[in-house]
Ligand binder design. Structure first.
Ligand SMILES: *Cc1c(COP(=O)(O)O)cnc(C)c1O
Length: 345
């Protein structure tokens, strides 16, 4: 085995506790999109359940169904519903469905009618990101229609939610004002959305007034700190993934490692970053398709292990900052062919 991602489930459990303490009394929805940010969906869901996580943020319906298989009694939120068939599958699996447009509201209601049980819906207000979400000018009509569909037992509006940029406090505050208006309008329309959720990792940690009832935290749970933001110590988290690779060969003063661009390591990091070798820091001088070359250490030898990220090496965010990216992007690019190896005491 030449490259593998070691995932430390004890560190994951500690991060989950840190998240929970930080955001209480709001509840943590663990976001598990992109194969749990590259750490492997099923083992992450299992470990989170053992730690008492009750809400999972699954992005699309296939991921939601996979989480449901592992977690029969959890709440599973999927906010990408791609078709009427997916809406029906989501209702049948008792997923909580994020609904950000009025056509989808009708589809989800139809799925609830067909299934003979109300679809669980979280209505999304567009608070300024314009990615998805019901526009404020269409909101009153949408909540009025949702109230009718709720009366008809086709759906039940469990929540109101949105997503914010977390780039500037002023923009986020403006988004929050739009959000609060939307919740009030929903209540005026006769809905009782019990679950309001707006924040992801950064706002949930830094800004209590953004926590509401649920906070959708992904990155920080995996120990991925924000680019240009506070460090792991300040946040009280540790990276749970360590990407390790064995030295394949040593040529002159260069060690060749069996991990390259095809495995998901960005070739743009060549010449910019370093990795952790048995003798300390090793400079990454080139990244090819399936290998990378690191300036050797005095007694570099085949089969020694180098840490590319995590543990004592740079974090995914340290690497990402060198190429104007974010840690999540590096983590999720790691090829699924690289085995994930789980460890817990
Ligand atoms: C990815 C995502 C999150 C989690 O964001 P983190 O910054 O990783 O905590 C929350 N909400 C939505 C809608 C997302 O797409």
């Amino acid at each position: 085995m030449t490259a593998r991602l070691d995932v430390d489930l004890d560190l994951f459990a500690a991060n989950l506790r840190a998240v929970r303490e930080r955001i209480a009394p709001a509840e943590h929805m663990l976001v598990v999109k992109d194969d749990a940010y590259g750490h492997g969906l099923v083992p992450i869901v299992r470990a989170a359940r053992a730690e008492g996580v009750r809400w999972f943020g699954a992005f699309d319906i296939p991921t939601g169904l996979a989480v449901r298989d592992e977690a029969p009694d959890a709440r599973v939120f999927s906010w990408l519903v791609g078709s009427a068939d997916e809406a029906r599958a989501g209702v049948d699996a008792d997923l909580d469905l994020g609904v950000g447009d009025t056509a989808l509201l009708e589809e989800v209601a139809a799925a609830g009618r067909e299934a003979g049980r109300p679809a669980r819906v979280h209505l999304k207000i567009d608070t300024g990101l314009h990615r998805n979400g019901i526009r404020p000018e269409e909101w009153d009509a949408a909540v009025a229609r949702a109230a009718q569909l709720e009366q008809a037992a086709s759906l039940i509006v469990e929540g109101v939610w949105s997503h914010i940029a977390e780039a500037s406090d002023a923009e986020d505050d403006a988004a929050r004002a739009v959000f609060d208006d939307a919740v009030r309008a929903a209540e005026r329309a006769g809905l009782q959305p019990r679950l309001r959720h707006l924040a992801a990792s950064a706002a949930a940690f830094a800004r209590p007034e953004f926590r509401y009832d649920l906070a959708r935290v992904g990155a920080f749970a995996y120990g991925i700190r924000p680019a240009g933001g506070p460090g792991e110590d300040e946040l009280g988290i540790r990276p749970i993934g360590a990407l390790r690779v064995d030295v394949r060969s040593v040529v002159d003063d260069r060690a060749i490692l069996g991990l390259g661009a095809l495995d998901g390591f960005p070739s743009s990091l060549a010449g910019l970053t370093h990795v952790g070798t048995p003798a300390g820091r090793g400079e990454v001088v080139s990244v090819d398709l399936d290998t990378m070359t690191v300036t050797g250490w005095a007694d570099a030898a085949p089969a020694q292990t180098v840490t590319v990220w995590g543990a004592d090496a740079p974090s995914v965010t340290d690497h990402a900052e060198l190429i104007g990216s974010i840690g999540e992007e590096i983590a999720v690019r790691l090829s699924p062919l690289v085995p994930r190896v789980y460890r817990a005491e």
